[in-house]
Design a protein around this ligand. Structure first.
Ligand SMILES: *[C@@H]1O[C@H](CO)[C@@H](O)[C@H](O)[C@H]1NC(C)=O
Ligand SMILES: *[C@@H]1O[C@H](CO)[C@@H](O)[C@H](O)[C@H]1NC(C)=O
Length: 264
């Protein structure tokens, strides 16, 4: 009597502890995949299983809608919040992940026995988690296969996958994991932008600015192009002492100060 009672209690305890864990992490669903290798890239070889790399996990930003709404308001001259920009701390609070997201990812890393020392959290917003893993470990975590791909136009080689999956319950907490299926890289993207100049929209029926924009703006942007495109050709700057111009630089391409000189 007592003995069978003990067995039942033991079984029940096992069910309670074992079921959520196994169900949680084994129930995986695809996060992203390609049907074929993206244009410009070629399969080269399988990735060495012991190759170490930094896997970056982008957690869902909890209040991104609020951030976008705020940006719209502070940019609208007719809004009461116009020009009242967020402080860095306020902006970081809006891009930070929900604590449930951090907790879910930590539990997942623990399940895979990833040592704490291999994990770093971005300070501030905290939406990026970087994990030092081997290819073999990442393949187990993402239910994928990593290969080396070659980009002949830039002679670049990268380790990527054609698809990856995550436990279903992590999908609502994670935006994206890199490197996985995104093939654009610093070098290949810079090359691409020169190989295929993006067409500048020179015709717009409603505004008819096409006549004013030089056709050379289709491949090289100059201050004259910007003035024509934004219709500020006749604009005379005011209050030049307090005006500031911010230029964002990406892919190691930065503003050329000489371009800011009048008449260039
Ligand atoms: C953690 O990082 C170390 C050092 O790079 C590495 O040898 C080890 O394999 C990593 N652990 C896991 C589980 O990936
Ligand atoms: C360009 O700006 C001028 C005022 O500087 C304005 O009269 C004109 O309508 C604008 N053109 C377009 C296409 O918006």
């Amino acid at each position: 009597m007592l003995w069978s009672f003990a067995i039942i209690v033991g079984l029940a305890a096992q069910l309670v502890t074992a079921t959520p864990l196994t169900r949680r992490w084994n129930d995986v669903a695809e996060k992203h995949s390609w049907a074929e290798v993206p244009r410009g890239w070629e399969y080269h070889s399988t990735a060495p299983p012991d190759h170490m790399f930094e896997m970056r996990v982008a957690l869902k930003q909890n209040k991104i809608e609020d951030l976008i709404a705020n940006l719209m308001e502070t940019s609208d001259p007719n809004h009461i919040k116009y020009g009242k920009h967020l402080s860095l701390a306020e902006a970081e609070a809006l891009v930070a992940p929900h604590e449930d997201s951090v907790e879910a990812v930590e539990a997942w890393l623990e399940h895979h026995d990833i040592p704490r020392g291999n994990v770093t959290y971005r300070k501030g917003g905290g939406e990026w988690v970087t994990i030092r893993v081997s290819v073999a470990q990442a393949e187990r975590m993402l239910n994928t296969k990593y290969n080396v791909y070659h980009h002949p136009a830039s002679s670049e080689r990268v380790v990527r996958s054609m698809s990856y999956s995550l436990p279903r319950e992590l999908h609502s907490h994670i935006d994206v994991i890199t490197p996985t299926t995104y093939f654009g890289t610093l070098r290949s993207m810079r090359k691409t932008s020169f190989l295929q100049p993006p067409p500048v929209v020179l015709e717009d029926a409603e505004f008819d600015i096409s006549a004013a924009v030089p056709s050379s703006c289709g491949s090289t942007i100059t201050p004259a192009c910007l003035r024509a495109l934004y219709n500020t050709t006749n604009y005379v700057p005011q209050a030049t002492i307090i005006n500031k111009l911010g230029v964002a630089g990406y892919l190691q391409e930065y503003a050329n100060r000489a371009d800011l000189q009048v008449g260039s």
